[in-house]
Design a binder for this molecule. Sequence first.
Ligand SMILES: [Zn+2]
Length: 452
Amino acid sequence: MYRIAAGGLLALVAGIALAQPAPGRGAPPPADRYALIHAGTLLDVPGTAPRQQVTVVVKNDQIAAVLPGFVTAVPDASAAATTEVIDLRDRFVMPGLMDAHVHLQSQPTFARRRTERGDRNPPSAAENTVNAVIYARRNLAAGFTTVRDLGSDDQSVFAVRNAINAGRMIGPRILVSGSAIAVTGGHGDGTPMERTGDDIARITEGTCDGPMECRKAVRYQYKLGADVIKFTSTGGFGSNTGLDPQLFPDEIEAVVSTAHLHGLKAAAHAYSPVAIRQAVSAGVDSIEHGFLLDDEGIRMMKKAGTFLVPTLSASYPPPVFRIPDPPSVKLRNEYKAFERAYAAGVKIAFGTDSGTFDHGTNAKEFEFMVNFGMKPMDALRSATVVTADLFGISAEAGTLEVGKLADVVAVKGNPLDQISVMRQIDFVMKSGRVAKRDGQMTEPFTYPAGFE
Ligand SMILES: [Zn+2]
């Protein structure tokens, strides 16, 4: 609705400009760009039955129409408009995928190379930024047109998000949390010991103790331009700080309510049943991982509409982290949080923790979901419709309906029969621009005259 209203306003302004031409301001608007996507099979709204032999009409960055049959011309296009026919007649076409949990500033191969070089210092923001450029592109190549970065430094991913949003480079739409909010000594406390006594440094790095500091820590990320607030309410595989609660309820409440005050969603990294219950009670929007989710937590999440972001790719098979005996197998066999949450009808968003493993392999999450009992259609719906709902962007993305952004992916084969085909994304369009065609990234790094 917002986009349509904005378009109406632009038309109004254009009308005024025509009536009273101002000298030197007569540049015509760019001609419309149309793409006619001929889809052999189209899953335009995951959760409903796919259709055969359909044309998706893309006008500039949006879906303009979805028509039966293979249409080859746009009847109402102006003479100046360009029209491209995209032949996906032997492909399965669906909305762009979304990953609710990635870390774009690194991945294990990068960390290993640094260790092998004997690099003792932590990576700089500059190194992280270069990584985020490369890894953002890799996520897009894997079909993920929108990703949510949950935990990075205070510069790198913000800069990459801004460059992509401004059209300066191709990449997925990124929602950024900046630094995760953690308590002193807790999971995600990245403050070096020598700065731990410096309250300002500590808080701006996302580490806080007590409600007032935690409000300030959230507001600092908000001021940086965060789209979402992430906090780490228990330890995890990466920190050797146990799996039990680390925040007091009033600290959790402070984080969640401050995020909501500023219109941001709050995401809780939480393993233990108590920490999950505390976060849900405080009104958190998503539980990340949730490996020890119990029946009471499931009941509460269902009632509150809290999303689970399962990140099965990060937990199974067990990650190569610092915990001497990774508890992952035990977590899966004894608790089966994902299976039980799915069976109970908890909303399950798609999130992988990509960055704790190599970027671009996010789609293996689909196979875990299906192997652990999810219907393939529900897995595809999770990575589109459901995650768009968690992100608060359902009006703009998540399905291929008229007025939504033209984020489109295609695969060979039918993922409803064989989910593993999601690993081989053949075609990617983001906001109406083709980024991948016949399995190859297409967007060249060329810069038109006058490019900022
Ligand atoms: Zn993570």
